[in-house]
Design a protein around this ligand. Structure first.
Ligand code: E4P
Length: 217
């Protein structure tokens, strides 16, 4: 499974990039707003840090305006994927972009039927939100499973990006189901490293080694 970071923060991206395991980045208008820098400028900076798909979301709500905005975003860098909301206008824009060979990430997907529409429109990525479904007491992973089954049934090439992943368990479950991509905040990625037995084991290894050689002196 490809690992994407769900952030527009450059320090977080640089730190994660140094670990050599980040395949791409997703942003959304809220994440861009948090950094206080216009999307065009911020995604260009992100493209300089991570060499992979970088999703940049439109804020227009009508198909025509989404196409104008998305076309401009796609021109910023070859790795930009135009992110569109799963609305009638968003799907219409995705179908247009698909004809033009511009890659799209259809976001805010909360049902298998919505995901089917995105695949029909030729989306490059579909983003079902796990965490936000769980916030309203629905099973987020069941959505990932249904979409993977539907896409598999018909050979749709739209990649399933498990979004709104909030814990290492979410990431592992998405990978087990077979999601193509998992996107997560820096905090979740950082937590994936942690295991008390790793810390304890390393401490013992280092102590044993130091003791053995200290004794021989
Ligand atoms: C995906 O592209 C979204 O930006 C993101 O995963 C939303 O996550 P949240 O529900 O934790 O805000």
């Amino acid at each position: 499974m490809k690992i994407f970071l769900d952030t527009a923060n450059l320090d977080e991206l640089k730190k994660a990039a140094s670990w050599g395991i980040v395949d791409g980045v997703t942003t959304n208008p809220s994440l861009i707003a948090k950094e206080g820098i216009k999307i065009e400028e911020q995604v260009a900076r992100i493209c300089d840090i991570i060499d992979g798909d970088i999703s940049a979301e439109v804020v227009a709500t009508e198909a025509k305006a989404m196409i104008v905005e998305g076309t401009a975003l796609a021109k910023i860098h070859k790795n930009i994927v135009v992110k569109l909301p799963l609305t009638r206008d968003g799907i219409q824009a995705a179908a247009e972009f698909s004809k033009e060979g511009i890659r799209t990430n259809v976001t805010l997907c909360f049902s298998p039927a919505q995901a089917l529409l995105a695949a029909k429109a030729g989306a490059y990525i579909i983003s079902p939100f796990v965490g936000r479904l769980e916030d309203i007491a629905q099973l987020g992973m069941e959505l990932i499973e249904s979409i993977c089954t539907i896409y598999g049934n018909y050979g749709y090439t739209t990649q399933v990006l498990a979004a709104s992943l909030r814990s290492p368990l979410h990431v592992a479950q998405a990978a087990e189901i077979g999601a193509d991509i998992g996107t997560m905040p820096f905090k979740t990625l950082d937590m994936m490293f942690n295991h008390p037995l790793t810390d304890k084991g390393l401490e013992t290894f280092l102590k044993d080694y130091a003791k053995a050689f200290a004794e021989k002196k």
